[in-house]
Design a protein around this ligand. Sequence first.
Ligand SMILES: *[C@@H]1O[C@H](CO)[C@@H](O)[C@H](O)[C@H]1NC(C)=O
Ligand SMILES: *[C@@H]1O[C@H](CO)[C@@H](O)[C@H](O)[C@H]1NC(C)=O
Ligand SMILES: *[C@@H]1O[C@H](CO)[C@@H](O)[C@H](O)[C@H]1NC(C)=O
Ligand SMILES: *[C@@H]1O[C@H](CO)[C@@H](O)[C@H](O)[C@H]1NC(C)=O
Ligand SMILES: *[C@@H]1O[C@H](CO)[C@@H](O)[C@H](O)[C@H]1NC(C)=O
Ligand SMILES: *[C@@H]1O[C@H](CO)[C@@H](O)[C@H](O)[C@H]1NC(C)=O
Ligand SMILES: *[C@@H]1O[C@H](CO)[C@@H](O)[C@H](O)[C@H]1NC(C)=O
Ligand SMILES: *[C@@H]1O[C@H](CO)[C@@H](O)[C@H](O)[C@H]1NC(C)=O
Ligand SMILES: *[C@@H]1O[C@H](CO)[C@@H](O)[C@H](O)[C@H]1NC(C)=O
Ligand SMILES: *[C@@H]1O[C@H](CO)[C@@H](O)[C@H](O)[C@H]1NC(C)=O
Ligand SMILES: *[C@@H]1O[C@H](CO)[C@@H](O)[C@H](O)[C@H]1NC(C)=O
Length: 711
Amino acid sequence: MCIDSQRERVGLFHVHSTMTATNHCFFNLCFFFLLLLLLLPLPASFHPLCTDSRAPVYVNETLQFCGYRGRACCDSREDLQLQRRFESMNVSDPNCAPLLKSILCAKCDQFSGELFSGSFFTRPVPLLCDSTSEDMCSRVWETCENVSIVGSPFAPSLQGGATPPVSSNVSNLSDLWKSKTDFCNAFGGPSGNKSICFSGEPTTMNGTDVEPLPPPKGICLEKIGNGSYLNMEAHPDGSNRAFFSNQPGKIWLATIPDQDSGEPMGIQESNPFVDLTDQVNFDTQFGMMGMAFHPEFSRNGRFFASFNCDKVKSPGCSGRCACNSDVNCDPSKLPKDDGSQPCRYQAVVAEYTVNGSSSSPSTAKTGKASEVRRIFTIGLPFTSDHGGQILFGPDGYLYFMTGDGGGSTDPYNFAQSKKSLLGKVLRVDIDTIPSESEISKLGLWGNYSIPKDNPFQEDEDFQSEIWALGLRNPWRCSFDAERPSYFMCADVGKDTYEEVDIITKGGNYGWRVYEGPYLFSALSPYGKNVSEDSSLIFPVLGYNHSDVNKNEGSASIIGGYFYRSTTDPCSYGSYLYADLYAGAMWAGIETPEGSGNFTASDIPFRCSDDSPIKCTTAPGSSSPALGYIYSLGQDNLKDIYLLTSSGVYRVVRPSRCGFACSKENVTASTGKQSPSPSPSSPSGASRLLFSDLDLSLVLVCSLVFVSLGLF
Ligand SMILES: *[C@@H]1O[C@H](CO)[C@@H](O)[C@H](O)[C@H]1NC(C)=O
Ligand SMILES: *[C@@H]1O[C@H](CO)[C@@H](O)[C@H](O)[C@H]1NC(C)=O
Ligand SMILES: *[C@@H]1O[C@H](CO)[C@@H](O)[C@H](O)[C@H]1NC(C)=O
Ligand SMILES: *[C@@H]1O[C@H](CO)[C@@H](O)[C@H](O)[C@H]1NC(C)=O
Ligand SMILES: *[C@@H]1O[C@H](CO)[C@@H](O)[C@H](O)[C@H]1NC(C)=O
Ligand SMILES: *[C@@H]1O[C@H](CO)[C@@H](O)[C@H](O)[C@H]1NC(C)=O
Ligand SMILES: *[C@@H]1O[C@H](CO)[C@@H](O)[C@H](O)[C@H]1NC(C)=O
Ligand SMILES: *[C@@H]1O[C@H](CO)[C@@H](O)[C@H](O)[C@H]1NC(C)=O
Ligand SMILES: *[C@@H]1O[C@H](CO)[C@@H](O)[C@H](O)[C@H]1NC(C)=O
Ligand SMILES: *[C@@H]1O[C@H](CO)[C@@H](O)[C@H](O)[C@H]1NC(C)=O
Ligand SMILES: *[C@@H]1O[C@H](CO)[C@@H](O)[C@H](O)[C@H]1NC(C)=O
């Protein structure tokens, strides 16, 4: 089958130039899916990512051997290893040696993940450009043809992904390959919009690292829906449709109006795509927290919901308790006021399918409410901080964000525990489901397999599902649509600080040792002072509670997206995020690019006068009264939405609110311009009178408020 290895899936998304090897696949693939791929505007940019799926890091000091600096995939240790490898090859030819060195050093390139990825394997050397303008492949052949190399990386036996041998075999290229043509058929490839190859130089990112971006002057919104939703997911078929879900457990399929059309979104509240309210335990702290559609949903109709259930009300909805002997937790000692029995409430990921003809799932208007498969179940020790977002990464794997399980301060230190799945980013493969006996042998928590490149796959101390640890209550994570190594998660804080992290493979984000940058509780249950662990990763953005709400101190961060739409060119490249209490929105800008040095600007927002649904203005302010912001959403054109207790808002052209943006092509736009209102502070928007409440609690409180008509 075509879709059973990760490489191939990645290949489908990136459309590599090495089509020959995957040709047989294309016939097996549904024609429809291919057609979609061809019709979709695939990004013409390449993805900074390292060969081992790690994100590139920022290298301050030029690497001594390889010379890379800035965003790169090597540190000084790997630089030294490459130097040793190069020296062991014993190449003295003054022309061939630098070429060979540059090829080895391409491992340090910020795009090494792309340069070294074959259709089925990781290449021993990067794809060498063989187009007429940058003919690296011919250069290598013509320069090195007769030069002997010890343990040559060009040995034919390595084609197919074998690990380079520590061999003392001495060979010339001409011993290994009959001709330049054979050599370049094996190692060369063209450069183009959809493939990337090595031309002898470090690959550079265009644009933004030269000049720091100025922050946008303001965000202009229009209101396109009255409903109150927790999640929005663009339809995977690339159309102008998106799914919306609410906390009680319904999902709707809505149409998104064109920008400047003056239309509201098309949604029929009485006619949901699927109604899972029977299965979902909806209560102050519980409900349906996430949904995700398989990247090939249009072909296979598979979709997933993440929700809570109550094993007392739904017998059978019960999994292993997160409080167990592996993590030094005795369920009988859990507080009684948090449920009549230990681990009564569960966090669940379940799989569903569309209702209708299986030949064209994309046309389905409804889904079946009966569960196809249970992916994951875990008993929750306390009643708050469940996280619960699920999303498919650009690698095709399912990411599941779990909270620390609550209990106020994570008393059992689950978020730091290597054996607990709480307070984590988990990464699993839901396309390959092992047999029941295999699952229990591997000690998995559900029906999925572990991707081969998960960081702790072979570490006995860790649960193999873990991608990253040390989170408290991750509320909304996203991959940058242009750079998948920017996997951003906002993590809700406890008393002091709300944070945004760049999630990297195996990263530890510090909770409950740190809350943001501040020491919280340094002692682990193992008695070690973990604050001295230098491997902890600190947030790239965040704010003190006192910064957003000087009186009440309440705050709860809502993670967003890197803005990648053409609608508001002045916001392009900023990471937009917000606070639940709707008092503030920020744009995070990184300078220089790849450095992790982000600066946040408080961004004013207004509602356009010609909004399809008129916005209510907060008293004494020109900002719209949004109520609570629950989540941000992104459609297939990468336009950004705010899902709030007062409705659905979309980011539109800045000129519609009178915000200056010189990059906006105002004359080409059709909408009328509103007069420039005087600048206003966004902090005039509604302030709410809650003390430090958990996010989930507030979600429901506000639903009640909405129904009471207080917003
Ligand atoms: C890189 O430079 C910054 C600022 O000069 C410094 O704070 C940081 O510690 C440096 N990082 C490394 C790994 O040397
Ligand atoms: C390295 O090359 C030199 C000649 O260029 C040769 O004398 C020496 O034996 C080689 N070393 C190894 C380990 O092959
Ligand atoms: C390599 O050796 C072959 C045969 O001796 C010769 O024809 C060719 O020109 C040599 N190539 C280089 C780059 O010296
Ligand atoms: C790359 O894309 C641009 C714009 O989409 C197009 O003009 C150009 O011809 C493409 N180049 C190649 C090599 O396909
Ligand atoms: C950078 O821009 C140049 C021309 O403007 C283009 O040829 C090149 O492919 C771009 N590089 C990347 C990595 O997008
Ligand atoms: C939204 O609510 C407003 C005020 O109740 C109403 O006038 C409007 O028709 C509604 N719009 C839609 C699209 O439901
Ligand atoms: C499934 O689709 C059929 C026909 O379109 C419809 O009659 C039925 O009510 C749908 N079932 C659900 C659960 O939506
Ligand atoms: C795995 O799937 C089976 C069959 O759907 C289900 O009974 C079981 O509960 C699932 N396991 C978990 C841990 O969710
Ligand atoms: C742990 O280490 C940190 C940093 O060295 C220190 O500030 C803190 O007091 C230590 N805590 C305990 C309980 O030893
Ligand atoms: C944020 O809060 C901490 C702890 O209360 C305090 O030490 C710090 O100075 C505050 N920072 C700012 C920028 O207000
Ligand atoms: C971090 O960003 C700020 C604001 O753009 C800039 O002034 C500063 O030089 C940057 N710091 C580093 C170490 O690059």
